[in-house]
Design a protein around this ligand. Sequence first.
Ligand SMILES: [Zn+2]
Length: 221
Amino acid sequence: MQEPLFLDVPFQEKEQAKHLGARWHPDRKKWYVPEGMDKNRFRRWLAVEPSVALMPPLWLVEAPQRHPPQWMGCVQCGFDDNQCYTLAASGGHDESKPWQPRLTNELVVLRWMDAPPEAIAAAITRQAKGYFPDRSKQMGMRCYVNHCQQCGMSLYESYLGDRLAPFLAETRDWASRIRLYQLPIAEPVRVECSYIAGAAVSLLAEHAQRLLLPEPARLQP
Ligand SMILES: [Zn+2]
């Protein structure tokens, strides 16, 4: 008999999974998708192997959220000096989409990122305040989301999909305010994400500041 499609359902979400039609497997003690049911409705709990291979060097991208002319600050507390974060790599390929070109030696900027390797997650925790996994309201799934560094409110998420995107610099001046911190990653890694490359990020690739990730602060002896 074929192995059922198992789900990674956190305990607090079990009623939700059950409501959507998931069944409990008493031997394996896991929820699973009954045969014949559309697995996409359970997408947020599918235990997938990250499908995007990224080429080093990898970068933590830091951009001021303030992006004229329409941007107005955090809608909850008004804080107007947030930094937004994402990752970038020096090439990438989504192996779940074999028809897409394999990019090499070209800056790719990530969005909807999740499940980074431990070393990257640790660097993000250290450097990128407000950037942590949450439920994306725009995507209806879990991924890393930027939050207000003052009150914790999730920030407007579609910045990577519209013209006001802080990472999609449209002028050299804006691009030169964006910082790329090189991550201590020497090998290709896999993460869950989509990415953009090419003309939309060409100014960023050319004019952003390239920096090394600051060392963790040492304790005074
Ligand atoms: Zn706020």
